[in-house]
Design a protein around this ligand. Structure first.
Ligand code: GDP
Length: 530
């Protein structure tokens, strides 16, 4: 990565990232402080989200409600110093791992927030694994240092052990809990002091000349200063220094300590994202990868959100710009259909408001309202037939049959289901044999969310029931072999919402048997979005 060509300044200043964390670690609070320092909101506390709802829908959507203005559903852009930050929301609940995975295809880095008292929690671990699959650079923020936390070395050890990643301290905490004074900035040799009296006040930073500077004693009690010197000496001896290439390759994470709610450590983290955070990266595609500095515009859809405005049955496709300088009104080629599309009313999700996007550069996220033409995984270009890769669809782990409370409404139900399938909220399968639909999801909570959305957005009460099947696998192979396979296994065959053939069963044994009896047929648990 380090030998990539210099990017045009507008692209080079972009930082596109997501925040990953276990619920309650402080993602919402940190987001709020980002916006505060990005000048997008005037006062902290404006975006506080409450209740369980925010865990099942977007945090930002709840913010939108709370603030009574339209922020965005899934992405927010704001300027910080000379940088343009694009923060992409990841769904908070573990049941949305597929959505999360796809969201992470749209970012160049992730901020991992952990609670200083709890360390690496289950959800952090899962999300981290997803980042690892893509070698995403990760910057770590250890939050809630104003509370009794674990020993700093223990926290770092735990991250190194559990996540198998090198950790380098970007700052070092001075005291903890009631005695937490602030941090020593190891990258800039500065002292950052926390102001407990005013949560929204930016920490005072004291310029000093290294750890031997006598000025330190004016701010830190003797005992704590001795501990700080000792710990920093140990840390510098035991832990690796920041290696930007290793960070960009995802094998090293710098860690900042702070307290989001006290606005402490957040600016240092933001500075870190700006200075070290990766610039927009190339996008993997067939038959060639796309470089951000290419003059031609391209981008891909990583998320579709339907019914953002209940009055209009429109959808917004979230597009990550892969290259070039997009201007409103441009005609782009929708590669899947090979049709031109005039992008006349794209939206940019500036955190202060949702605005028409007059322009966008590689790295930006824009929303394109459409009536269903744009699907997850679609590529837009200025004509070249490029197909962005690496946006998978996962086989659902839970299957249920669904039917409308009112049998007369079956057609409506089909329409609603197709819409959610295209949005990526569920997989919908039509069995070759018999009637009705089977819906597949990755986590149980999604059934509840679907049922409530179908009822709210389409006015259709529905019932989900256990399905006779528990696993679904996509079927591929030579055409004639696939046809013979379908004919011989009719009871097990369904078609997904793209019309692709799926084999369903409740026994792993069946899947193994197919492997033995039909060497030309491949059953797979993922498929590339086409
Ligand atoms: P999320 O679930 O990750 O979005 O977490 P929130 O941002 O909603 O924070 C969870 C809880 O932790 C809330 O009650 C916050 O007020 C609290 N919290 C967030 N940051 C801090 C912090 O730095 N110190 C303390 N003591 N509490 C915090």
């Amino acid at each position: 990565m380090s030998n990539r060509p210099a990017l045009p300044a507008e692209i080079a200043r972009r930082r596109t990232f997501a925040i990953i964390s276990h619920p309650d670690a402080g993602k919402t609070t940190l987001t709020e402080k980002f916006l505060l320092y990005g000048g997008a909101i005037q006062m902290a506390g404006q975006v506080r989200a409450k209740g369980e709802a925010r865990r099942t829908r977007s945090d930002f959507m709840q913010m939108e409600k709370d603030r009574g203005i339209s922020v965005s559903a899934s992405a927010m852009s704001f300027d910080y110093q000379k940088f343009r930050f694009n923060l992409v929301d990841t769904p908070g609940h573990s049941d949305f791992s597929e959505d999360t995975y796809r969201t992470l295809t749209a970012v160049d880095a992730a901020i991992m927030v952990i609670d200083g008292a709890k360390g690496v929690e289950s959800q952090t671990q899962k999300l981290f694994e997803v980042c690892r699959m893509r070698d995403l650079p990760i910057l770590t923020f250890c939050n809630k240092m104003d509370r009794e936390s674990r020993d700093t070395f223990d926290i770092i050890d735990e991250i190194q052990e559990n996540l198998a990643i090198d950790v380098t301290p970007a700052s070092w905490p001075i005291g903890m809990g009631r005695d937490f004074l602030g941090c020593y900035d190891l990258l800039r040799d500065r002292l950052e002091l926390m102001d407990r009296a005013d949560r929204n006040k930016v920490a005072e930073s004291v310029k000093i000349e290294g750890l031997d500077d006598p000025k330190l004693a004016e701010h830190i009690p003797a005992g704590m200063l001795a501990t700080l010197r000792e710990e920093v000496e140990m840390a510098r001896a035991l832990l690796p220094p920041l290696d930007i290439d290793a960070m960009h390759e995802g094998t090293m994470t710098p860690i900042w300590f702070g307290s989001a709610i006290n606005s402490f450590g957040v600016r240092e983290l933001m500075d870190g994202i700006g200075v070290y955070g990766p610039e927009p990266q190339p996008t993997p595609a067939e038959p060639r990868q796309i470089a951000p500095e290419e003059s031609k515009v391209s981008g891909f859809v990583f998320k579709v959100q339907a019914n953002m405005d209940p009055k209009h049955r429109d959808r917004v496709a979230f597009v990550r710009m892969s290259s070039g300088h997009f201007e409103r009104g441009m005609k782009l080629t929708h590669v899947r259909s090979k049709k031109p599309m005039a992008i006349s009313n794209p939206v940019l999700f500036l955190a202060s408001d949702r605005e028409l996007a007059e322009e966008a550069w590689a790295g930006d996220i824009i929303g394109i309202p459409n009536h269903g033409q744009l699907r997850i995984g679609d590529t837009l270009t200025e004509g070249e037939m490029l197909k962005v890769t690496g946006i998978p669809s996962f086989a659902p782990e839970l299957l249920q049959t669904v039917r409308a409370g009112d049998p007369m409404k079956a057609k409506h139900l089909e329409k609603a289901l197709m819409q959610f399938a295209e949005e990526g909220a569920a997989k919908v399968f039509k069995p070759a044999f018999g009637s009705g639909f089977i819906v597949g999801v990755v986590g149980a909570l999604q059934f509840e969310v679907l049922a409530s959305r179908i009822e709210q957005e389409y006015g259709l009460p529905v019932r989900f029931d256990a399905s006779q099947f528990t696993s679904a696998r996509w079927v591929s192979g030579p055409k004639a072999k696939v046809e013979a396979f379908i004919a011989a296994n009719k009871q097990h065959i369904s078609y997904d919402n793209d019309g692709d053939v799926v084999y369903m069963t409740r026994l792993q044994w069946d899947i193994d048997r197919v492997g033995r009896d039909h060497p030309d047929i491949a059953l797979t648990a993922t498929k590339e979005m086409m």
